[in-house]
Design a protein around this ligand. Structure first.
Ligand code: PLP
Length: 454
């Protein structure tokens, strides 16, 4: 195996349990609370999510069995390959070893189906007939449309307007899997109508789309809402990525010095990183990097607060880094990284010093994506390019320091549905954009009067 390019697991080597970092945090996370600052009860979430997923959301067991039927669906594309990026290493002239876990091999082209099939299955088990959701880049909406078709329930997706316009083929994918895709803000909900009246040309945001989807779900007893990131149970479902990676690295006698993932709502990052953070808490030396865009610098610049996950304040207050629930990010091409908040588990990891956040501008990310494609062939999603850019920085640092280093990144998805972003880059139409202080101050003012995490 000396010259291996990819490390493959057999289907029977796929992990049969998810890993829950909530069992191992040295101090527990603050709970989600209501507007009165009191922890919310499971019953308060019941109109939005099925009880079996609410239980998972609150679970603190270290290991959670993956039901056999979910394993069966995951086996359509899992275990996913772990690649050694030998050609990229050579091009960089680095002594570092770079590994990437290719989550782009799923039917929808990203890590999102790992949680979509689980959420669709738990909802079906609970007797739910329809799911409503939001999507940023279109990846989650496609993943959930696919998953709902597999388990036999229907799916409506509110897609952030800017992505709806930039990515018509994502809409076609959703339709192919039987999903219904609506541009958000829409005329279908009160929230959408109100926002359109205030600003008819708004590019939309994930926060708005989430409000629309929740509003529809709570009005129909046979419908629930599904979220593609942020929540504890989504992080849990994604840990299969890091658990497979640990087995694959062990097969070639490697352990990472650095683990890298891009972070929008935090799910692909968590999926790769949490099993390694478990190791780190147990004493292993490993750096864990979460990479976000400069245009939406949630972990690097926003305060750690209680805020809602959506713009209409329909969700409970979550303890997280947040730019404020009214924040509408610039329309950069990494649509999936344009979210005002962050998974509470990821934010907690940052607060505890277990995770190092970094922000990178989109020009460096596209450069990295193109360099990756030139050497490794695969064209990454614009979100994924943030992890690649950071890995390249680490590999260059290893070269300057003349040190071997093992870098593992989560290659969260392919960019074959995101080529308009590449076109804009090649045509010289993209620029870096760092969020101005005054804009951040304006959106943070929405947090005034809300309770603060202890
Ligand atoms: C390919 C890809 N990577 C990353 C993300 C960011 O989401 P998360 O932070 O939940 O992984 C998205 C979101 O749509 C995505 O499509």
């Amino acid at each position: 195996m000396a010259n291996y390019t990819k490390i493959l697991l057999r289907e029977d080597e796929m992990p049969r349990q998810w890993y829950n970092l909530n069992a191992d945090f040295p101090t527990p996370m603050p709970p989600p609370v209501g507007m009165d600052g009191q922890p919310i009860t499971p019953e308060a979430l019941a109109p939005v999510f099925p009880m079996n997923l609410i239980e998972q959301e609150m679970c603190t067991d270290r290991w959670v069995d993956i039901p056999e039927e979910i394993l069966g669906m995951l086996r359509i594309w899992r275990p996913s390959p772990l690649y050694r990026a030998r050609r990229l290493e050579q091009a960089l002239g680095t002594p570092a070893k770079i590994f990437y876990k290719n989550e782009g091999v799923s039917p929808a082209g990203s890590h999102k189906p790992n949680s979509a099939v689980a959420q669709a299955w738990y909802n079906k088990q609970f007797g739910i007939k329809r799911l409503c959701t939001e999507t940023g880049a279109g990846q989650w909406g496609s993943a959930l449309s696919f998953a709902c078709k597999l388990v036999g329930i229907s799916c409506r997706v509110f897609m952030v307007r800017i992505s709806f316009d930039q990515k018509p083929f994502r809409q076609m994918m959703m339709r192919t899997w039987g999903g219904e895709c609506v541009a958000s803000p829409s005329e279908l909900t009160e929230t959408g109508r109100r926002i359109l009246a205030e600003n008819p040309s708004t590019p939309g945001s994930l926060g708005i789309a989430i409000s629309e989807a929740i509003e529809q779900a709570v009005q129909d007893p046979e419908c629930r809402y599904a979220l593609g990131s942020v929540l504890n149970h989504v992080m849990l479902h994604q840990t299969i990525i890091g658990l497979e990676t640990q087995k694959q690295l062990a097969q070639v006698g490697e352990y990472p010095d650095v683990v890298i993932g891009c972070a929008g709502g935090g799910s692909n990052f968590a999926g790769m990183a949490f099993p390694f953070i478990g190791d780190k808490i147990a004493g292993k030396q490993v750096r864990i990097l979460a990479i976000e865009p400069e245009a939406c610098p949630t972990l690097t610049r926003a305060p750690y607060v209680y805020d809602t996950g959506d713009c209409a304040m329909m969700t409970p207050l979550l303890p997280m880094h947040s730019l404020g629930h009214t924040f509408v990010p610039e329309p950069i091409h990494a649509g999936g990284l344009r979210y005002h908040g962050m998974a509470p588990m990821v934010s907690h990891g940052v607060q505890l010093g277990l995770i190092e956040p970094q922000s990178i501008g989109q020009m460096e990310c596209y450069q990295a994506a193109v360099q990756f494609a030139h050497n490794e062939g695969f064209i990454p999603a614009p979100e994924t390019s943030h992890a690649i850019a950071s890995a390249i920085r680490e590999a260059q640092r290893a070269k300057e320091e003349g040190q071997e280093r093992t870098i593992v990144l989560n290659w969260s998805g392919h960019g074959l549905m995101d080529l308009t972003g590449y076109q804009a880059y090649f045509d010289g139409k993209l620029a870096d954009y760092a969020l101005p202080e005054e804009m951040m101050a304006r959106s943070l003012s929405a947090l005034e009067g809300l309770p603060k995490p202890a």
